[in-house]
Design a protein around this ligand. Structure first.
Ligand code: NAD
Length: 542
């Protein structure tokens, strides 16, 4: 504690820029996009104070123009991972002992840098690396990331303020120690904000971190590092390595000082990591914290009373924004027979109004590319199978082309089988599957929604009928960590809708909340007695 009970500025959600024609932010982001796109950056690993270039490089290409390169990055060998761990341990004491307000200031400064001088950079880098439209980049890389940093600083102080009562003559206090060891942050491709937040939230609580970003996000990860450096994050607090995830993970998880995993990505990978940590448990000095936010098969269910235009909009926005590559994207939809035709006609009309999938540099595009060839090929195979299967029909989209970019048309599959494979499997692309139920089967359909998928991340019910909303809220209690009434199931905002799911969707430690930050501290209770007893005998002994 410093010499004062400091109050941090009240956190607020960063306003979203419109990027309307003629706006200064539009000009700035397009200029930056062009500069990055026509440039070539060589991204090193960041280990302690060193920028490490191994010479073993991979190129970086925008998913919407995969023959074009925008730079290279360097792959780690085992010794670099060991150096990253050692740098964590060497930096730990100074960082853990720094007064909290100094740590807070680093991350508050990072938020303001992102809101101001780095905004166009982080947005343009995210448009290029992850093929996000400017709006999707803005709500992720700029606004959500800024919100994570600002709100987490506030939550950190709320945690520190949480103190026990003290009886007369004693003083009880709790200090929230960083974990003893280092944290391993593994981040996904799809959100620049998550990539920044996973290492930052642990570091904010005084921890040191080895961060392994996704290979598909390194171009925008570099801007995150630039921001942290300019904000004054000391060297060695967050060490960044790239390359073979298995080798990196094996090396990290073999360290006795491994103290926690902060993961976001797919379910299978997380379960394997959990298993590996379990197998190594006798190696560790402390029980590692395991936090993972993973896959989803997010639903929309419409009641017969729901307004068709509202259901259609929830589907179109929920399923297709960022090409369906949000963990919260709507991918299975249950429509009542009575309004299904009208809803589907509206969905088809909306899809017909989109441009062909293309580059995010053309701001009139709503749909751009999926992240990489593996994802493209997987999506294409499911679409092809649906075209062949007698219990499925492709009623919109269904075409794809990877000659220039990994472009998949927004696709709607109608199935007569509520357990059809694309009602159950996470595809992670612009493909939504619809099942039409008989209106009288509303209650049974809710049970079907609950039992169809292994995941429980997000879901939405649309209805004008309050009894139906109440019933859905109860029956679907365990099948979504974020449940939406009369809205799409995407677009959680930090400070308003803390995010995370249960079942196979993760440990539900709610990114962007005090609950998450609590996982990165180990409280120490200090009891101080002012008049210390000098005789062991209690009064009852006579
Ligand atoms: P992914 O699982 O392929 O990769 C995530 C990270 O894990 C990457 O850094 C990757 O390199 C690493 N990785 C891959 N194999 C590994 C291994 N064997 N050992 C260690 N690390 C390994 O996921 P992705 O394609 O980057 O992201 C999409 C997935 O993330 C989807 O399943 C999505 O639902 C999920 N996601 C969930 C949330 C959430 O909050 N629940 C948020 C975003 C994304």
């Amino acid at each position: 504690m410093g010499k004062g009970f400091f109050q941090v500025p009240t956190a607020f959600n960063e306003p979203i820029n419109s990027f309307a024609p003629g706006s200064p932010e539009r000009d700035a982001v397009l200029k930056q996009y062009s500069e990055y796109y026509n440039g070539s950056v060589d991204v090193p690993m960041y280990i302690g104070s060193k920028e490490v270039r191994t010479g073993n490089t991979r190129t970086m290409s925008p998913p919407h123009d995969h023959k074009h390169t925008v730079g290279t990055y360097h792959l780690a060998e085992k010794k670099h991972v060991s150096e990253a761990i050692q740098n964590c341990l060497d930096s730990r004491e100074a960082w853990a002992n720094l007064t909290w307000e100094q740590r807070a200031a680093v991350f508050m400064k990072a938020a303001e840098l992102l809101a101001g001088p780095y905004r166009a950079k982080i947005n343009a880098a995210t448009m290029i690396a992850q093929s996000k439209t400017v709006h999707q980049a803005e709500i992720d890389a700029a606004c959500e990331f800024i919100d994570f940093l600002r709100f987490n600083v506030e939550y950190m102080t709320q945690i520190y303020e949480e103190q026990p009562d003290s009886a007369e003559g004693i003083w009880n206090r709790v200090e929230y120690r960083p974990l003893e060891g280092f944290i391993y942050a593994i981040t996904p491709f799809n959100f620049t904000a998550i990539a920044g937040n996973l290492p930052a939230s642990a570091a904010m609580m005084g921890n040191v971190v080895v961060w392994k970003p996704s290979d598909s996000q390194i171009f925008s990860a570099k801007v995150i590092v630039d921001v942290f450096k300019e904000a004054g994050l000391p060297d060695g607090v967050i060490n960044v390595v790239y390359g073979d995830p298995v080798m990196i993970t094996d090396t990290v998880l073999a360290s006795p000082d491994f103290a926690g995993l902060h993961f976001t990505g797919s379910t299978h990978v997380f379960k394997e990591l959990w298993k590996q940590i379990g197998n190594n448990i006798h190696t560790y000095k402390t029980y590692p914290r395991i936090v993972g936010e993973t896959g989803g098969k997010d639903f929309i269910i419409a009641h017969p009373s729901a307004k068709p235009a509202q259901v259609a909009t929830a589907i179109v926005r929920g399923a297709f924004e960022f090409q369906g590559q949000k963990c919260s994207a709507a991918s299975r939809v249950y429509l009542p027979k009575s309004t299904s035709r009208e809803i589907l006609d509206l969905v088809k009309k909306d899809i017909a109004s989109f441009n062909e999938p293309g580059s995010p540099a053309d701001l009139s595009n709503f749909i751009t590319a999926v992240i990489h060839e593996g994802s493209f090929d997987k999506l294409a195979s499911y679409i092809d199978q649906a075209k062949k299967d007698s219990n499925a029909e492709v009623i919109a989209g269904g075409n794809y082309d990877k000659s220039k970019g990994y472009f998949i048309e927004p696709t709607v599959i109608l199935t007569t089988d509520p357990k059809y494979t694309t009602m159950e499997t996470e595809l992670f692309g612009p493909v939504v599957t619809i099942y039409v139920y008989e209106d009288k089967d509303w209650s049974d359909t809710l049970k079907l929604v609950d039992t169809t998928s292994e995941y429980a991340l997000t879901g939405a019910v649309l209805s004008k009928d309050r009894y139906a909303i109440d019933e859905a809220t109860k029956v679907l209690q365990n099948c979504a960590g974020n449940f939406y009434i009369n809205d799409k199931p995407t677009g959680a905002v930090v400070g308003q809708q803390p995010f995370g799911g249960a079942r196979a969707s993760g440990t539900n430690d709610k990114a962007g909340s005090a609950q998450n930050l609590l996982r990165w501290v180990s409280p120490r209770l200090i009891k101080e007695t002012f008049v210390t007893p000098e005789d062991y005998r209690y009064p009852f002994l006579g």
